[in-house]
Design a protein around this ligand. Sequence first.
Ligand code: OMP
Length: 236
Amino acid sequence: MTPAEIAPKDRLIVALDLPSVDAAEAMIASLGDSVTFYKIGYRLAYAGGLPLVARLADKGKKVFLDLKLHDIGNTVAQGVESITRLGATCLTVHAYPQTMKGAVEGRGSASLKILAVTVLTSYNDDDLHAAGYRLGVSELVEARAQQAQVLGVDGLVCSPEEVGSLRKIVGHQLNLVTPGIRPAGAASGDQKRIMTPGRAIGAGADYLVVGRPVVEAADPRAVADAIQAEIAQALG
Ligand SMILES: O=C(O)c1cc(=O)[nH]c(=O)n1[C@@H]1O[C@H](COP(=O)(O)O)[C@@H](O)[C@H]1O
């Protein structure tokens, strides 16, 4: 989907990082029509949340299945082939060449979009060096984006700080999905590379992933509506 075709409202992806399917369903009910795109990640998937993918899809919602796969290529390909039957819109894998290649092979002709996680938004240069990497965040994100594009993935997960440089590399051929979003005044928590919704959209992000600022809010719908309004305003 080219950026101009994505409605402002559909650019917010709410991360259902909640402890149970019941809690997730209550959150989905309270967000109602205001949210069209949800993310299911480790917390909910391992708490019995995978069947929720198909239930959300049946309600017309899009689902980002954030399983961040990483294994030998054959295992990734086989896992992704199974995941194509769950009804998700997109799936994350880590941006390692064998992993991305396996994911694209496993997806085959299915509609599931493969998103490659470049460098986690909780990492800065020091964290990468501590993990044994020579490159800093911006160099590693760019190198991985180039590999992702060659290997045929559909989108990249990166921080809003890298969106500008990545657009120059991948153009609009790949969607850029950005976690590390914090409305003004919200606690950053463990996120290190962050931006407000308006600035992230202004930088050129296609989709924003927001978890705690929405799902831990006293009034999640009001926060989601405010983020949607900020997105719409940034798009002009
Ligand atoms: O793949 C992701 O979605 C992801 C990648 C990344 O680099 N950083 C990141 O925070 N995420 C996810 O995005 C969500 C962000 O949540 P909050 O920090 O609570 O807004 C979490 O579910 C993370 O797992």
